[in-house]
Design a protein. Structure first.
Ligand code: NI
Length: 397
């Protein structure tokens, strides 16, 4: 399955992958603005030779390793964008751009897939079919870069796809898998309650939108607690409540914003209808009016059972059972789901935490960090998966 040379090749490249990661970490760029990052990635993959390199969108890169021998097409995806956070680590490779930081580990994802592309380019004689290295922009901001890359054709002809996220709450040295639902659909809602403003001393002459909106906030909580099947995961959080300007004026309107997170398609379609029924009923009961808007977030990440099983089996073989864990689903979102709509695949987590070394801060935190040994682990796994799927005697798809 794996080649005897894998360990030594990965060893040789370990420092290079760390150096790439640190370079990217020093120079983070926000979603849809990854111009220098994409230029760096493009130049680096071009320097390997033998890859067909293109720019599906302004700030994304696709590199294809076409062996010329029949076989399946396997895609690996890394995301490349950073976050609007001011870095507070003490690294000598900390962000040089104030207010922008790789605080989710996407610098590591990109460095790993560069390393994988480098190794597999050298090992192309041992592979069949095609490998695609997808360097995606804008995972962090809607509408996400993944769908634009899919629309540009990067998934055309792809038989299976594998992606990963370094994961802060998983200890370094571990790798986690889950068949089925892993990450939720994170949708956003906006509610405006419109009443009639006036003097706070004469509420009888107004329709005060604040108690109406407050009732809506409380009543919306009954959707998850009373409407959704208790064994089906769902979150409904009102995260903003804006109304009023001063102490003696009843405002005209109140605005609510929040998020709904689900895995199930039917439930995802149903919740906004339940919400609107409640909002309509409460506002009508008080003579107020409402506007309700819904913005679809990413689709849920649902891992294909057979691809997940296959990648997990490779991980058990090269790392041993003790390093492989089964993940619990979480209510975070990921636009890797856009690729999964086009081909079966799996998204796994690589442990990036190290409690003993104080690497404990969560994703999107100004002190977020990864244990860089995680880079080596995912590098080896991706390379081994490529040999498993595209090796000289590829199994049936
Ligand atoms: Ni992320």
């Amino acid at each position: 399955m794996t080649t005897p040379t894998l360990a030594s090749v990965a060893d040789a490249l370990r420092d290079q992958v760390v150096a790439w990661r640190r370079h990217l970490h020093r120079h983070p760029e926000l979603s849809f603005q990854e111009h220098e990052t994409a230029r760096f990635v493009e130049e680096t993959v071009r320097s390997f030779g033998g890859l067909e390199v293109s720019r599906p969108t302004a700030t994304s890169v696709l590199a294809r390793l076409i062996t010329g021998r029949p076989g399946p097409t396997l895609a690996f995806r890394a995301d490349m964008d950073a976050l609007p956070i001011h870095e507070e680590t003490s690294h000598d490779f900390g962000s040089t751009t104030p207010g922008v930081m790789h605080a989710c580990g996407h610098d590591g994802h990109t460095a790993v897939i560069l390393g994988v592309a480098r190794i597999l380019t050298e090992q192309r004689d041992q592979l069949n079919g095609e490998l695609r290295f997808i360097f995606q922009h804008a995972e962090e901001v809607l509408p996400g870069g993944a769908q634009a890359m899919v629309d540009a054709g990067v998934m055309d002809g792809v038989d299976l796809i594998v992606g990963q996220h370094v994961w802060a709450t998983l200890e370094h040295g571990q790798v986690g898998f889950r068949a089925g639902a892993l990450m939720a659909a994170p949708d956003t809602f906006f509610v405006t309650v419109r009443g009639r403003g006036g003097h706070a001393a004469k509420p009888n002459e107004t329709i005060d939108p604040i108690p109406v909106a407050a009732q809506i906030v409380m009543a919306l909580q009954t959707i998850v607690s009373r409407v959704v099947d208790p064994i089906e995961p769902a979150v409904l959080s009102v995260t903003q409540f804006h109304a009023g300007t001063t102490h003696n004026v009843i405002p005209e309107e109140a605005k609510l914003v929040g998020t709904v997170r689900t895995f199930d398609k039917a439930l995802r379609a149903r919740i906004p209808k339940d919400m609107e029924r409640i909002i309509k009923g409460i506002t009508e009961a008080h003579g107020a009016e409402y506007e309700f808007a819904w913005q679809d977030g990413y689709r849920p990440v649902i891992n294909d059972a057979s691809v997940t099983g296959r990648v997990e089996a490779v991980a058990r073989k090269i790392f041993g059972d003790e390093r492989v864990v089964t993940l619990q689903p979480n209510m975070g979102g990921e636009d890797f789901s856009a690729f999964l709509e086009k081909a079966p695949g799996t998204f796994f987590y690589t442990g990036g935490g190290n409690v003993a070394r104080g690497i404990v801060h969560p994703h999107h935190h100004p002190k977020f960090d990864i244990d860089e040994s995680s880079l080596d682990l995912s590098l080896r796994l991706f390379v081994a998966v490529a040999h498993d799927v595209l090796g000289s005697a590829p199994a049936a798809r």
